[in-house]
Design a binder for this molecule. Structure first.
Ligand SMILES: Cc1cc2nc3c(=O)[nH]c(=O)nc-3n(C[C@H](O)[C@H](O)[C@H](O)COP(=O)(O)O)c2cc1C
Length: 412
């Protein structure tokens, strides 16, 4: 295998423009570019909603100008609208690297409109949909792919394998979550079946394996003959997962703050664009660069004091993921669960990481250790007490959100 495709899985309410920018930045910083390629997808987007009210849904397609465009993932239960959505996206946004159909999503709301797993009630009909979508994309030279699973239960796996075989001629790439519908998002992953499908089709299909991969080493050892690996849950709050880099506390702090900053900048920009989005959603697909989003927020943040922002609530799931490995963060999480003012969230994070840096300063580079837990319990410095300490230290806290990469003074 010459080059492994590393794919950040599409995740509804997670892999938005800010999140993808964070992954791209880390990948650029630490990735090994010679042996791997990188692909990202949008969260899935409902084809009917997109055609009916594009201004309400087109935010799924937004990307920062310094982040590569992702593959657009769509879902739907109606062949006509799925095909029409392909035409529309290809015509308006020819710069996307591909369109992907989600098949087998187990969410009840998706299935209720005969989309996702609902499509598999009638495999022949779905195959015809795949064919027509593929033909629509081909008219514009847009690659078309599907993301699917290994059937309803282990009993109908062979049927699903047959379906995948029949879909191969219409797809430039097929991603398979190697679990069944009944398994949801956990449980044993049947990669052997994927290796066999790839063995059978060889270079005629790009096959991506998905399910249960937890690290970069895991990805490399389990890829075998597959063209690529897709990671979802283990990538939540772990943008380093595709790189050999092991994040230090400083790295975590930087990303936690930067991801938040980008989400706030994104929301502020989208609010400003609302009118344009309503009038002409096609004109604004390109968001400003990540640097511009950051500085936008810094310029306006005081005016948002005491305001409730959607991104503060949205960010919690990322933040709690980032803090998951920190046994000391329990109190912080309780506090953050109730704060809605974005500036207070920032302050709470700074305070927490200041305390953490005291511990860091005194201990070896190992991130988790029993002694650290004990020390944390006995270290109850306030921010002021900490700041008054005389120790030089190596843990830089970005108290001023001027720009993401600013190296702030190391002596607080
Ligand atoms: C929170 C969440 C949201 C997801 N959203 C999507 C989605 O929008 N489209 C899709 O095809 N799969 C979606 N999935 C499924 C994942 O892409 C992936 O197939 C599944 O989690 C298995 O991979 P993993 O074992 O690496 O987590 C989602 C999964 C999770 C956990």
């Amino acid at each position: 295998m010459s080059s492994l495709l590393c794919c950040l899985a599409p995740m509804d309410w997670f892999t938005d423009a800010a999140c993808r920018s964070i992954f791209f930045r880390i990948r650029k910083q630490y990735g090994n570019h010679t042996k791997t390629q990188y692909k990202m997808r949008t969260e899935f987007m409902n084809a009917d909603g997109y055609l009916r009210q594009p201004s309400r849904i087109v935010h799924h397609l937004l990307s920062c100008s310094d982040t590569p465009y992702p593959i657009v993932q769509i879902y739907g239960g109606n062949r006509e609208t799925l095909v029409e959505a392909c035409h529309d996206i290809c015509r308006k946004y020819p710069f996307f690297p591909g369109i992907e159909l989600n098949i087998w999503c187990p969410s009840p709301s998706v299935m209720s409109c005969e989309a996702g797993a609902g499509m598999m009630k009638d495999k022949a009909k779905t195959l015809e949909t795949v064919k027509q979508m593929s033909e629509a994309c081909a008219t514009y030279g847009m690659p078309f792919s599907i993301k699917t699973r290994l059937g309803l239960t282990s009993n109908d796996k062979q049927d699903q394998i047959d379906f995948i075989h029949r879909a191969v001629p219409y797809c430039s790439m097929i991603s398979v979550h190697a679990r069944t519908f009944k398994q949801g998002h956990s449980g044993d992953v049947d990669r052997e079946t994927l290796y066999q499908i790839k063995e059978h089709f060889g270079d005629t299909i790009t096959l991506i394996g998905n399910g249960g991969i937890t690290s970069r080493d895991d990805m490399r050892s389990k890829a075998k003959n597959l063209d690529g690996i897709m990671i979802a849950q283990a990538a939540i709050a772990n943008p380093w997962i595709f790189t050999p880099h092991i994040p230090t506390p400083q790295d975590r702090y930087d990303i936690i703050k930067d991801h938040f900053l980008l989400m706030l900048g994104q929301e502020h920009w989208m609010n400003e664009q609302k009118k344009i989005l309503t009038d002409d959603p096609t004109s604004v697909l390109m968001m400003p660069s990540t640097d511009e989003l950051r500085s936008r927020w810094v310029a306006v943040k005081q005016s948002y004091a005491d305001q409730k922002l959607f991104s503060v609530l949205e960010y919690r799931k990322h933040l709690f993921g980032y803090l998951k490995t920190l046994v000391w963060a329990k109190d912080l999480k309780v506090k953050l669960a109730t704060i809605t003012d974005p500036n207070h969230v920032s302050d709470a994070l700074d305070e927490f990481f200041c305390k953490l840096s005291v511990i860091e300063m005194n201990l070896s580079n190992r991130w988790e250790s029993p002694i650290k837990k004990i020390l944390h319990r006995s270290t109850n410095l306030s921010h002021t007490q900490y700041s008054n300490q005389k120790h030089p230290h190596h843990f830089r806290i970005h108290l001023h959100e001027s720009s993401s990469y600013t190296e702030t003074d190391t002596s607080l």
